[in-house]
Design a protein around this ligand. Sequence first.
Ligand code: NAD
Length: 262
Amino acid sequence: MPEQTGRLSGKSAIVTGAGSRADGIGNGRATAILFAREGADLLLVDRDEAAVEATLEMIRAEGNDAAVAVADVTSTEDCSRIVAEAVSRNGKLDILHNNVGIGGRGTVEDISLADWEHVQRVNVTSMMLTCKYAVPAMRESGGGAITNVSSIAALRPRGLTAYSVSKAAVATLTQALAVDHGRDGIRANCIMPGPVYTPMVYAAGMSDELRERRKNASLLRQEGEPWDIAWAAVFLASDEAKYVTGVILPVDGGVTVRGPDR
Ligand SMILES: NC(=O)c1ccc[n+]([C@@H]2O[C@H](COP(=O)([O-])OP(=O)(O)OC[C@H]3O[C@@H](n4cnc5c(N)ncnc54)[C@H](O)[C@@H]3O)[C@@H](O)[C@H]2O)c1
């Protein structure tokens, strides 16, 4: 049994995108598993029922438990419903972890307007919507912690223009939340994962050569794991981070600070 330290004990938490697009562990699934291990009263949200049930099974296999809501976070009604469900189960909402995100390849020449708008809606509008309902619930609960998952693609655009722009917007949305709702005791922070080896990147196939290049892009010459993102999420959600808000935290093995001579 992995060590359980109760860092989120008694906290009512929502994790969106708590499933995974394929077998294996993605960032959302890893975060859900660690939140459960740390004692959170957890609502796992995903639009893919089988995927989120698989996460629940993993959590139960460790002797922990969680509730599940099948919901599409691009829907206003669904976002309102999941917040209401967390509050009705636990009497409050302390933590919102916005993990849902999809890719978006190509330059402005390549991408259609419909695809562009879809990426912005899934990656950015969804987070605005979950926060729209979570903020009043957190205010009512005496405060809370929101963590939004962005990407270093926001800092290093590279042929994923719709995705990069959406992830830059996630960072700014986070800062706006921190500024607008700090007085309510609500902290808002953003994680920017680097090249993490998850189903999001390997489900569509990744050559060994590209995987090695991604690893060597890190100052540490290491490949990121979903657990690296999840541990950052545990810290930001916990009271250990009570003085941390408005932060954009790259979890990237130093990829974004690396210069050409290192
Ligand atoms: N893996 C990486 O290398 C990497 C790097 C940078 C950033 N990220 C970010 O990490 C986050 C996702 O990581 P993951 O590994 O959990 O991805 P994943 O694709 O494996 O899982 C995401 C889950 O979100 C769900 N989902 C998608 N759209 C939804 C919607 N509209 N409503 C509800 N659920 C929805 C999917 O069903 C899936 O289960 C994204 O925000 C992504 O941009 C990942």
